[in-house]
Design a protein around this ligand. Structure first.
Ligand code: PEP
Length: 260
């Protein structure tokens, strides 16, 4: 298997926080706080609410800020009678690079199924963007010893029918549901073990080269204090950050995990 260096990707999911004025001020602060050596070593994306995307895009492009624009969700169709939904084509037009799919909040609160995750991932790829495909177990599933079944099933279904060369460029995010927004983090060892398992599932469905290239983020109460240990794990290639991404100083502290 070819040795591949995976550039870490730290993504800030703002969820339903920050109107477009707050978004502009947060992204301006973040651009100021991050240095060239940070963004040379680490890919960074921010995922504001839809109503902020154009404003954030304008700030990033006007100042040539090396932060990628991301979205939190989209529909899989290009257009049509889907009231309230947003087309992947519209996101591509805003130069969105990454789109989160299958976040546990979308699965739990909005009925997003594995099948929808797969259809969306394919649509996002078709429009030249990169899906960040999320997986993760509940506390009950973890305690019942079924973490691998759950996460493995989500990844197999999410990647079904996607060509190995495309899988190689994907981002996967392991987010134990009990660690999201709770202040509880999986230990670095546990997070590493599940991320290594996710990589083994990718090897099984798309081959060893894709598994070596795919980036796997950990998400669940990542902070500047725990980022260095998590990021030191061999199968953790980044972080999907919620709460701590809302404050520019906190998020910059995570991106700067190498100097902690
Ligand atoms: C998330 O939104 O995906 C997340 C991991 O949130 P938090 O960092 O707040 O746990």
């Amino acid at each position: 298997m070819a040795k591949v260096t995976r550039t870490p990707l730290i993504s800030g999911n703002w969820k339903m926080h920050h109107n477009h004025f707050e978004a502009i001020s947060t992204i301006q602060k973040l651009a100021y706080l991050l240095h060239k050596e940070d963004t040379d070593a680490v890919d960074v994306s921010v995922h504001p609410p839809f109503t902020d995307l154009r404003s954030v895009q304008t700030v990033l492009e006007a100042d040539d800020v090396p932060i990628a624009l991301g979205a939190q969700h989209c529909h899989w169709e290009e257009k049509g009678a889907f009231t309230g939904e947003v087309s992947p084509a519209f996101l591509a037009k805003l130069n969105v690079s990454y789109v989160i799919v299958g976040h546990s909040e979308r699965r739990e609160l909005f009925g997003e199924t594995d099948e929808m995750v797969n259809t969306k991932a394919k649509a996002i790829l078709k429009w030249g963007m990169t899906p960040i495909v999320c997986c993760g177990e509940t506390l009950e599933e973890r305690e019942a010893g079924s973490t691998e079944d759950k996460v493995g099933g989500q990844i197999r279904a999410g990647l079904a029918g996607i060509a190995a060369e495309q899988v190689a460029g994907l981002v996967l995010a392991y987010e134990p549901i009990w660690a999201i927004g709770t202040g509880r983090t999986a230990s670095a060892e546990d997070a590493q073990a599940v991320c290594a398992y996710v990589r083994s599932v990718v090897a099984e469905v798309a081959g060893a080269d894709a598994a070596a290239s795919v980036r796997i983020q950990y998400g669940g109460s990542v902070k500047a204090a725990n980022a260095p240990e998590l990021m030191a794990q061999p199968d953790i290639d980044g972080a999907l950050v919620g709460g701590a991404a809302l404050v520019a100083e906190d998020f910059a502290g995570i991106v700067q995990f190498r100097s902690a």
